[in-house]
Ligand binder design. Sequence first.
Ligand SMILES: *[C@@H]1O[C@H](CO)[C@@H](O)[C@H](O)[C@H]1NC(C)=O
Ligand SMILES: *[C@@H]1O[C@H](CO)[C@@H](O)[C@H](O)[C@H]1NC(C)=O
Ligand SMILES: *[C@@H]1O[C@H](CO)[C@@H](O)[C@H](O)[C@H]1NC(C)=O
Length: 485
Amino acid sequence: MMLTVLVALLHFFTFLASAQQKPNILYIIADDHGWNDVDWHDPTLHTPNLNALAHSEHTVQLDRAYVNQLCSPTRSALFSGYYPYHLGTQHGVFQKLEPSGVPLKYSFFPERLLTLGYNTYIVGKWHLGYCKHDYLPTKRGFQKFRGYYGGAEDYYSHLTDGFEEGTKEEGLDFFHDTPHTFAADWSKEGYYSTQLFANESINFLRSHDSQRPFFLYLAFQAVHAPLQIPPLKYMEGKCSHIKRRHRRVYCGMVNALDDAIGSVVAELRALDLYKNTIIIFGSDNGGQTLAGGNNFPLRGNKNTLWEGGMRINSFVHSPANIKRHEVRTQLFNVVDWYATIMTMVGEKMDEYGDGINQWEMIVNNSMKHTRRRFVYNIYDKSAAIREGDYKLIVGKPGEPSGWIPPTRKVDYASWQDKSQKHWLFNVKHDPNERHDLSARKPKLLHRLMLQLRKWSTSAVPSIHKATDERGSPKYFNGTFASGWC
Ligand SMILES: *[C@@H]1O[C@H](CO)[C@@H](O)[C@H](O)[C@H]1NC(C)=O
Ligand SMILES: *[C@@H]1O[C@H](CO)[C@@H](O)[C@H](O)[C@H]1NC(C)=O
Ligand SMILES: *[C@@H]1O[C@H](CO)[C@@H](O)[C@H](O)[C@H]1NC(C)=O
């Protein structure tokens, strides 16, 4: 009798637990993936999986989603909920051998997910500092990490060759970490990272205890430079019609990325995790037109304050919460993910840091918590801010600063009037920033200048530091390992 009651109770509690299962979250971030790097913008590319996801009946597309101009600024804002100019990460990226990281006083939202019972995994790129263990993903909320600490490397060997990095020294940047073990992984040489990271994600999903919700952060290396041809099947046929070599190789890389995303989503279905998983997609900044990427018809490039550097393709896919495909035109900034994701998982948070909760906006098109203004970034003597439909740029927005069709080579010497010090655009009516209004709207210009000055008063100095030989691969068996600062 007693036993039957106990068994019944147990069933009841198991039922409750499963009924209240928190959603799984798969956050996919592509690297340097530009506005024009999807096939619904540039039909010469092939992104059928992304296209189907973005236009599914379970998807809300975020048409005005903004990130920062570069990788480390965006990723630091994503995890902390603060603008990079409040974190000290506003300018540049973390270099190899740099003895610095995102300050530890900022907690990252995966730390909170852990306390809520989530299993948290990260596959791919980190780039938020690595010189000491405390800066690593497995000390900032992730239970398992497979990937690389830095910004760029060879897609096959996982060695960095000094490309965009502070050193010319070569070393392995590929690790397999838990909160207490940090191990270089030499076994993945020869595997193209796009497929490797999809595989690693699938492995995590297969070994995942389905009684618990998961947060999987899948940070692809693709489609960052170097331009490296993926396994041949991606080049044959589909991309051979593209004349410019850079764009042709890039097309294959984008197609491989798309295929990898498709395989991870297929695995979610196979494991019966799909219905309760929220998939978020975005990029860390605009495309690099010097390495095959493209942002046309938007203006500018990665590492510029133009729209092409900071407006991305982004969407939220959720079979459980979204029943009709819609496109949101409300503003969304990367700092909003912290409060939005916490609200998604049931910890309602109207705002956090510099961000606001936009979950009701995404799911129900609610106008209650919408963003009306944001800081694109403030660094050195350059800045851009947004107030409603208007955008003010001050200083040097960065180059290339023109409109670069995917069919054309970048020629940037002629594109910027060096004497111009500020620009004002109505980016709702003029999303491609072709008509500077600063002379025609002096009052508005003045008001936005005051607003910028007000915002700037809370800026903190850059946390970046000169590189330090103590981290040299020669001391770490040829790897860019952690634990030296
Ligand atoms: C991915 O996994 C499959 C099967 O598990 C394996 O055959 C393939 O070599 C792996 N590829 C990569 C790039 O890891
Ligand atoms: C969206 O609206 C429905 C119906 O009013 C409500 O049940 C649900 O809780 C809302 N979802 C969010 C995230 O606000
Ligand atoms: C040291 O590096 C070599 C590759 O150069 C690798 O094969 C070996 O496993 C590494 N040793 C350790 C202890 O990691």
